[in-house]
Ligand binder design. Structure first.
Ligand SMILES: Cc1ncc(COP(=O)(O)O)c(C=O)c1O
Length: 352
C-alpha cells in the first residue's frame, strides 16, 4: 500500500524548512521592519521592494475555483520544471533511488533526475506511442520511487490511454506524476478530480501553454495535502515573484478569452495538418491532442535546416527514439502557418 513516509528521503522527513519573515508574521501591520527590505521604496512605481507571498495564496484561491481543487492541494512552482525538480529531490535518494520514464517524452524529467543523481529507468512507449504495461510491470522494483507519465505527451502529441494510466494508479504505490501541460488542447479528461482516490497521484499543469504565460514561469502541481506540504518545505521561500503573481491573478480572470484562444489553436491545428498533408515529402502526421504536430518527413534534418535559412524555427526530433525523421511543429497563428507551409511547398518545387 502507499505510505508517504516510506517513500520520502530521510533528510527531507527530518528537514526543518527555512522560516521567512513572511512565514513568521502573516498579518497586516503599520510598519514592516522584519525582512531587511528597502523601506524607502523602489525605482518602480509599485511596491516591489517587499517580498512576495511565499505561498501565493491569492493565485491559489483563483486557481482553486477554476480547477475545482481545494487550495491545500495546490503547489506552485517556478514553471512545472521546478515541480519536477522538487519531486525528485523529495523522494529520490541520490545514487540509489530511481524514476521510471516512458520515452520518447519530455526531456526535463531525465535532466532533473541527472542533476539530482537519481537513477533513470526507461520503458519505451509502444510504436503507437502508448504505455507498454507488461514491460512497465517487469521494470518496477523497490527502488522506483516515481513514474512520470506525460499526457498529452511531448513530443508525440497523443494522449496516453486513460485505462492504462488507471492500471498503473491501481497497482503501483510509488508516486505517479501525470504531466498535463497540454491538457487544455485535448478532449481527454484531466486526472485532477481523481486526486481524492489516489494519495500517490501528482497532476502537473502549467500556465505556459494554453494560458499563454510561459514568461511568468508558473507551474502547478496538484496532490494530496501531505505531498503539497513536503513540496512547500523544499521550495525556495519566494519561488514565484511578485510581478508573476500579480500578472497571473490578472490573467486568471480571463478564462473566456483563453478558451477562445484554445478553440482557435485547435482549429488552426486541423488547417495546418491538412495543408502539411498536401506536401509530397510529408509522410505522416501523428494524431495530436496538443498545440503541436509531430510530422514525419523524408530528410527531416535537411528540411529543418532549410527552414532555418528562412528564419523559421521548428524542433528537430529526428534523432529521438521512435521519432526518427520527425519534426515537431508548434501550431502558430494563421499567418505564421501560411509562411511555414509556403516555405515547405517552395522547397518541394525546387526539389522536383
Ligand atoms: C510536457 C511538458 N511539461 C512541462 C513543461 C514545462 O513547463 P513550464 O513552462 O511550466 O516549466 C513542458 C514545456 O515544454 C512540457 O512540454
Amino acid at each position: 500500500m502507499f505510505n508517504l513516509n516510506n517513500l520520502l528521503r530521510e533528510n527531507i522527513k527530518r528537514l526543518v524548512p527555512y522560516s521567512s519573515a513572511r512565514d513568521e508574521f502573516k498579518g497586516e501591520a503599520k510598519i514592516f521592519l522584519d525582512a531587511n527590505e528597502n523601506s524607502f521604496g523602489s525605482p518602480l512605481t509599485k511596491w516591489y521592494n517587499r517580498y512576495p507571498d511565499p505561498l501565493q495564496i491569492k493565485v491559489k484561491e483563483k486557481l482553486s475555483s477554476i480547477k475545482n481543487v481545494p487550495i491545500q492541494n495546490i503547489f506552485l512552482g517556478n514553471g512545472s520544471d521546478e515541480c519536477i525538480d522538487i519531486l525528485i529531490r523529495a523522494f529520490c535518494e541520490p545514487g540509489r533511488d530511481t524514476i521510471l520514464l516512458c520515452p520518447p517524452t519530455y526531456g526535463m524529467y531525465e535532466v532533473s533526475a541527472n542533476i539530482n543523481d537519481a537513477v533513470v529507468k526507461k520503458v519505451s512507449l509502444t510504436p503507437a506511442f502508448q504505455l507498454d504495461l507488461p514491460a512497465i510491470e517487469e521494470a518496477i522494483d523497490d527502488h522506483i520511487k516515481m513514474i512520470f507519465l506525460c499526457s498529452p505527451n511531448n513530443p508525440t502529441g497523443n494522449s496516453l490511454n486513460r485505462e492504462d494510466i488507471e492500471m498503473i494508479l491501481n497497482n503501483y504505490f510509488g508516486i505517479v506524476v501525470i504531466d498535463e501541460a497540454y491538457i487544455n488542447f485535448s478532449r481527454q479528461r484531466s486526472f485532477l478530480q481523481e486526486l481524492k482516490d489516489y494519495p500517490n497521484l501528482v497532476v502537473m499543469q502549467t500556465l505556459s501553454k494554453a494560458w499563454g504565460l510561459a514568461a511568468l514561469r508558473i507551474g502547478m502541481a496538484f496532490a494530496s495535502e501531505d505531498i503539497v506540504h513536503v513540496m512547500n518545505k523544499i521550495k525556495p521561500p519566494y519561488n514565484i515573484n511578485q510581478a508573476s503573481q500579480e500578472l497571473a491573478l490578472q490573467a486568471l480572470e480571463e478564462v473566456e478569452q483563453v478558451n477562445e484562444m484554445i478553440k482557435e489553436i485547435v482549429k488552426e491545428r486541423t488547417s495546418l495538418q491538412n495543408a502539411l498533408l498536401q506536401i509530397p515529402y510529408v509522410q505522416k502526421i501523428y494524431p495530436t491532442d496538443a498545440n503541436f504536430l509531430l510530422v514525419k518527413m523524408i530528410n527531416a534534418r535537411e528540411i529543418y535546416e532549410s527552414l532555418l535559412e528562412k528564419e523559421i524555427v521548428v524542433r528537430d526530433r529526428s534523432k529521438v527514439e521512435l521519432c526518427e525523421d520527425c519534426l515537431r511543429i508548434t501550431v502558430g497563428t494563421p499567418s505564421e502557418n501560411n509562411i511555414l507551409v509556403k516555405a515547405l511547398i517552395d522547397r518541394s518545387i525546387i526539389n522536383h
